[in-house]
Design a protein around this ligand. Structure first.
Ligand code: PLP
Length: 407
């Protein structure tokens, strides 16, 4: 196969989708810029702070920007939040109390939350007398009848929605679907909704809080950090809940009145400013990979021509060798550690060996081009990120060279 011809032809087929992605990026760029203007962002906001960080204007104003772009009343965003899992943990422990029940309506939550929910002897929600139950999706959709029955039976204090797909063969939820589910639940129950917003930011033109979510949480080394945020996470939503989250993150009664960052905040601001565009680059990369592999007969999720609702592309390979070759090609195509050759290994928390390709400037940042796969049937590789579409295109050619033209 002539790979560069094939990639160009595939790219041509993606033009209509690319135009829609550009339109979304344009609207989100305007939203972000408007917020920067409203808050009169200036050099002083980037300055390093130390110690308690009282009156840290960089920290406080970043919170305000995040609230705006996430369509929320208030936000706490911080380099002191170590990961998306940490942000979600802060949110969960902030609003749940002993005796409460959280009901997930998108099935089991993301792998790293399992210990948070019911780990033994490590301070999990269960050990504080908090139940976490879930209703599985039905044909990739929130099963509204089953949710209604579960709400009647369990009388939960909170509802949980995972926007992105996690390590599952399902598509992410659109904002419309989230809106519909929340509106539906509100008809018979008066309970607030928390959304795991990882990988969802800026994929559409509004965020979950615009359609009724009460609290969202996410990671800064995914979409919203724009590839520049060096670390961090956020919790955003209704002011009263965000205050609880700030108290849980720092200390009750203190919240985000303290918290300094000696490296300065410029990368968080600049990353947020770039995030709509960077997210679009990642989505275009995902669309190109989807179109290429599906035209070669591989099943991809979402299906080609379907608009993306997160930045991930799932590709179902036929053999472990293909998945491994795919991940190794992505690694070889990375700007950092291109010389490393990833192998499957027994990662803690997974029931099968996992192979991970990540040659990122920010360690583990999956807004940068990365791929991973548990080595077990049905041999699905999850590809995400790409700071530039051009980089995604180069990586695709390498993947094809190793999988299709391997002889
Ligand atoms: C990435 C992710 C998380 C959090 O993961 P971290 O690696 O801790 O940042 C949570 N939920 C979903 C759906 C994710 O994709």
């Amino acid at each position: 196969m002539n790979i560069s011809e094939f990639v160009d032809k595939t790219e041509a087929k993606c033009r209509a989708q690319f135009a829609r992605i550009d339109e979304t990026a344009y609207k989100n760029q305007k939203k972000v810029l408007d917020s920067f203007r409203t808050h009169k962002i200036a050099l002083r906001h980037f300055a390093p702070t130390s110690g308690y960080g009282y009156d840290d204007v960089g920290r406080d104003t970043l919170n305000a920007l995040y609230a705006d772009v996430l369509d929320a009343e208030k936000a706490v965003v911080s380099p002191l939040i170590a990961s998306g899992t940490h942000a979600l943990t802060v949110a969960l422990f902030a609003v749940l109390r002993p005796g409460d029940t959280m009901l997930s309506v998108t099935g089991e939550p993301y792998d790293t939350l399992h210990d948070v929910i019911d780990g033994k002897g490590i301070g999990s929600l269960r050990e504080f007398g908090i139940r976490f139950e879930s209703v599985d999706l039905k044909n990739d959709r929130i099963d509204s009848d089953a949710v209604k029955a579960a709400v009647k039976k369990l009388n939960p204090q909170w509802i949980f929605i995972q926007r992105s797909r996690g390590y599952n063969w399902r598509d992410a939820l659109s904002i419309d679907e989230i809106a519909g589910a929340i509106a539906d639940i509100r008809r018979y129950a008066d309970c607030p909704v928390m959304v795991d917003n990882c990988y969802g930011e800026f994929v559409e033109t509004v965020e979950p809080c615009a359609v009724g979510a009460d609290l969202v949480a996410g990671s800064l080394i995914k979409n919203i950090g724009g590839g520049l945020a060096p670390t961090g996470g956020y919790v955003a939503g209704k002011a009263a809940y965000v205050d609880q989250a700030a108290y849980r993150l720092i200390a009750p009664g203190i919240g985000t009145e303290v918290g300094s960052y000696a490296a300065g905040y410029r990368l968080f601001y600049q990353g947020l400013f770039l995030a709509p565009h960077i997210t679009a680059q990642a989505i275009k990369t995902s669309v190109l990979f989807g179109a290429a592999f599906s035209s070669l007969g591989y099943e991809t999720m979402p299906a080609p021509d379907t608009d993306c609702k997160d930045i991930i592309r799932s590709i179902r390979f036929r053999t472990p060798e293909e998945v491994i070759a795919f991940c190794q090609a992505v690694q070889y195509s990375s700007p950092v550690d291109s010389f490393a050759v990833p192998e499957p290994w027994d990662m803690p928390g997974y029931d099968a060996p996992v192979i991970m390709a990540a040659g990122a400037f920010v360690q583990g940042a999956s807004i940068e081009l990365s791929a991973d796969s548990p080595i077990r049937p049905p041999y699905v590789a999850y590809l995400q990120g790409g700071l530039t579409y051009e980089h995604g295109k180069i990586a695709l050619a390498e993947c094809l060279a190793r999988i299709v033209n391997k002889e």
